[in-house]
Design a protein around this ligand. Structure first.
Ligand code: SF4
Ligand code: SF4
Length: 200
């Protein structure tokens, strides 16, 4: 016999919202409780900050805040940030358009068009290499799958956004222009600005 399915938060549920009393409906107690907790934290942190900065009590430290984005916490070396395409010494992409990354990508967000490389020792080169970062899940499979070490996620850039879906598509030229992050994961390349955010 099939098991009966009991849905939560239905009128039959004793905890359904229609059975809440006036006190629960207005959430007043919860709001006041939250304000109390915030107030306690605020004054406790302010007191510790005062002890630390005014009275030079070095052991007292308040809540640690940083002036982001001017200040940043160090990033872990394994952090996966914005992709970049690795260049050869002549500046051309190291990518040989083998399509391994495109094939393995679970989000289907890599689009490659291959063409012949002018150097007969290199079979192919991407004529077009787009990544739709609006779909990317930052799994890193493309980096793992690449047999040429031609794609990396080590730019340290995390703040990329766009006003449109099209603006999240990063092209070969943009990806080739990016550099690896410096010490503590600090980006060395400026955040690429999508076409839809550029001024006239
Ligand atoms: S990180 Fe994952 S989802 Fe993003 S492009 Fe690479 S394989 Fe696709
Ligand atoms: S797996 Fe590497 S070499 Fe192959 S298409 Fe992707 S980036 Fe290029």
């Amino acid at each position: 016999m099939a098991a009966s399915y009991k849905s939560a938060n239905t009128p039959a549920d004793p905890k359904h919202s229609s059975r809440l009393g006036l006190r629960q409906h207005f959430y007043l107690a919860e709001v006041l409780g939250g304000l109390k907790l915030t107030g306690i934290r605020f004054f406790a942190n302010m007191w510790r900050h005062t002890l630390h900065t005014v009275f030079r009590v070095k052991s007292a430290r308040g809540a640690v805040t940083i002036q982001y984005p001017d200040e940043r916490r160090p990033y872990a070396t394994r952090l996966r940030s914005l992709h970049r395409l690795v260049r050869r010494e002549d500046g051309s992409p190291r990518c040989v358009a083998c399509m391994m990354c495109e094939t393995v990508c679970p989000a289907h967000c890599i689009y490659i068009v291959a063409t012949e490389h002018p150097n007969p020792e290199i079979e192919k080169v991407p004529e077009r290499f787009d990544i739709d970062l609006g779909k990317c899940v930052f799994c890193g499979y493309c980096v793992e799958a690449c047999p040429e070490d031609a794609i990396r996620m080590d730019t340290g850039i995390l703040e990329f956004s766009s006003y449109s879906r099209g603006g999240m598509i990063y092209t070969k030229e943009t990806l080739l222009a990016l550099e690896p992050a410096g010490p503590h994961g600090v980006p060395t390349s400026p955040v690429p600005i999508p076409a839809d955010r550029k001024g006239p």
